[in-house]
Every structure is written in structure tokens, then in C-alpha cells.
Design a protein. Structure first.
Length: 319
């Protein structure tokens, strides 16, 4: 009984399978050279991939900070506590405002005393120099133009003496991240070209090494696809091995950096509310000049140029 002739799909699959295992065998017979080539490809791929992971993580942190931006509204001295609370309640109902909280001068002084550690210096003040404030958090979906418009409307309120929003650093961070991200893509394109050239040069050297073998295959009638397949699968194997090495390098770097990053974040959170040690503290707003030495701390009140509280009309200042 005559055997059935395999169809074209089976023949195509068998030809590619033979070429695939033949290419793997060639690479296995030169493990050191194959590993070095794969390592070069892996390191080349890992560099832009690692930078992209870094940029994405910093961008996610910046996006989280974007939702925690806080505006401080400094109120006039004439605004009492009921008026301040009513203002905070009114502002919390505004579109584009996530929350608004009033803090009285007494609360602000107590918080400043706790965080600064200047209890002795603050005890010398006759009056509380801190005004009442409203801590306002813009909605997280507001863009830069919306935040600027909100701050303009807040500054126009008659109860508000000044409105401050420390967002410039975040704007600069986002601009820097966009620049770095663009640079990463440019570097990635250059390194991708380097990978293509590396694989192409490796295959070119392999072809030169097997020139006589290729000539013999052509003499016996081997078609061009049959000759090209082993080199095609060699390039695929180099690419897969390099990608695996790049994945291991990036994941290993992320795992190795997780501990120090968590420690740094914890230290940042720990020192965020502390004031640095100081030798000289300059204060004002009390309209009463004085110079005091408290241990190693020098406290200077520069006075004011008007509305003196000691009865003298002369202006005071510090140079």
C-alpha cells in the first residue's frame, strides 16, 4: 500500500521545524559567543526600558501629588472666626474646589509652635502674629488654566489678603518628565537601531563563516528559502534571548531599588513636618522691635515702618 504524500502545510511546518532546531543547535555549539551577543542585546534593550519604568513611576507620583495641591488663603486681621468658617463653607461649594477648611490664628500658632520648636522665642511675642487661613484643595481634574482661574477668583474675595499656591515646582517636574520621556524615546530608537545592526552583523559573520556550506547547498539545488531559514531563526533566537535578559535586568533592578526607595519615602515623610535647626530667627508682623539671645538662638524682630506699638512714630527696619 502506497503511503500518502504529506500536504503542503505539513511540509512547510516540517521545514521550519528542521530549520529552527538546526539554528538552535548552531547556537548551542558556540555557547560563549551566543551568550555574549544575547547579553549585548539584553543590556541595550534594558537601558531604555529601565528609564521608561523610572519615568512612569515618577510620573505616577507626580499625578498623585497633583491631587494633593493645597492653596492657602491668608485672611485679613478683621476676619473673625465665624466669618472665616462661613467663608470656608462657601468656598467648599464652589465648582473646582474639593475641600476648604478654616484655621484660626490660635490653631496656626499652636501648630507652628509644635513643628518649629521655637517655644521660647514665640513666648516673647506680645500678640499672635499669625492670621487666620483657609486651606483649600482644588479638584483633582482641574488643569493649569482652571487652577489659575480659581486662584484669581479667590484672590478677588474681600476677606482674602493673599492667596498662595505652591504649584510651580510640580509644573517644573511635569515639564522635566516630559523632556526625559522624549529623550528616552529618542535613546530607545537609537538603541533599537543598534540592536538591529548587532544582530545583522552577527548574522553576516555567520554567513561568511558558512560561505562554502551555502555554495554546496546551492550546487545541489537548495532553494533560497531553505538557505535563509536557519539565519532567520538565529536572529529570532538572539532577539528572544536578549529580551529575556533585558526583562531579568529591569525586574532585578526594580526589586533591588524597592527597599531603598521605600526607605527614602519614609524619611521624606518623617522630615516633611520638621523645621531645620537654625541659629538666627528673624520675625515680624508684631510692630515691636527687639533682639533676644536664647541659648544659641538669636531672635530678631525687625519692627515695622508704621503703626508702632511703643508709642514712637519713628520707623524701624533691619539691614
Amino acid at each position: 500500500m502506497a503511503s500518502e504524500r504529506p500536504n503542503w502545510l505539513n511540509r512547510w511546518a516540517e521545514a521550519h521545524a528542521r530549520a529552527f532546531f538546526f539554528a538552535l543547535g548552531k547556537l548551542g555549539r558556540h555557547p560563549v559567543g551566543s551568550l555574549i551577543t544575547s547579553a549585548v542585546i539584553g543590556i541595550t534593550l534594558a537601558l531604555p526600558a529601565g528609564l521608561e519604568v523610572l519615568v512612569r513611576n515618577v510620573s505616577s507620583v507626580g499625578a498623585a501629588w497633583q491631587g494633593t495641591i493645597q492653596a492657602t488663603l491668608y485672611l485679613h486681621e478683621t476676619v473673625d472666626e465665624p466669618t472665616g468658617k462661613a467663608l470656608a463653607q462657601t468656598l467648599s461649594d464652589w465648582p473646582g474646589v474639593a475641600s476648604a477648611e478654616y484655621r484660626s490664628p490660635a490653631v496656626n500658632l499652636a501648630e507652628f509652635r509644635q513643628r518649629s520648636g521655637f517655644d521660647a522665642a514665640l513666648a516673647l511675642l506680645d500678640d499672635n502674629p499669625l492670621p487666620g487661613v483657609v486651606l483649600l484643595r482644588p479638584a483633582g481634574d482641574l488643569d493649569d488654566a482652571g487652577i489659575r482661574d480659581l486662584m484669581t477668583r479667590l484672590s478677588a474675595r474681600e476677606e482674602v489678603a493673599a492667596a498662595k499656591l505652591d504649584q510651580q515646582w510640580l509644573t517644573r517636574l511635569n515639564a522635566l518628565l516630559k523632556l526625559v520621556s522624549r529623550a528616552v524615546w529618542i535613546v530607545a530608537a537609537g538603541l533599537a537601531l543598534a540592536v538591529i545592526l548587532t544582530v545583522g552583523n552577527t548574522l553576516r559573520l555567520e554567513i561568511e563563516h558558512r560561505r562554502e556550506e551555502i555554495l554546496v547547498m546551492k550546487l545541489v539545488g537548495a532553494p533560497p528559502p531553505f538557505i535563509r531559514r536557519p539565519f532567520l531563526y538565529s536572529g529570532i533566537a538572539y532577539g528572544l534571548a536578549g529580551s529575556l535578559i533585558a526583562f531579568v535586568l529591569v525586574e532585578g533592578t526594580v526589586i533591588a531599588m524597592t527597599g531603598p526607595a521605600v526607605l527614602l519615602a519614609g524619611l521624606y515623610a518623617d522630615i516633611r513636618g520638621r523645621a531645620p535647626a537654625a541659629r538666627v530667627v528673624v520675625v515680624g508682623h508684631s510692630h515691636r522691635e527687639h533682639l533676644r539671645q536664647i541659648g544659641r538662638l538669636t531672635v530678631i524682630n525687625c519692627g515695622a515702618v508704621s503703626r508702632q506699638k511703643d508709642g514712637s512714630p519713628l520707623a524701624r527696619w533691619v539691614l
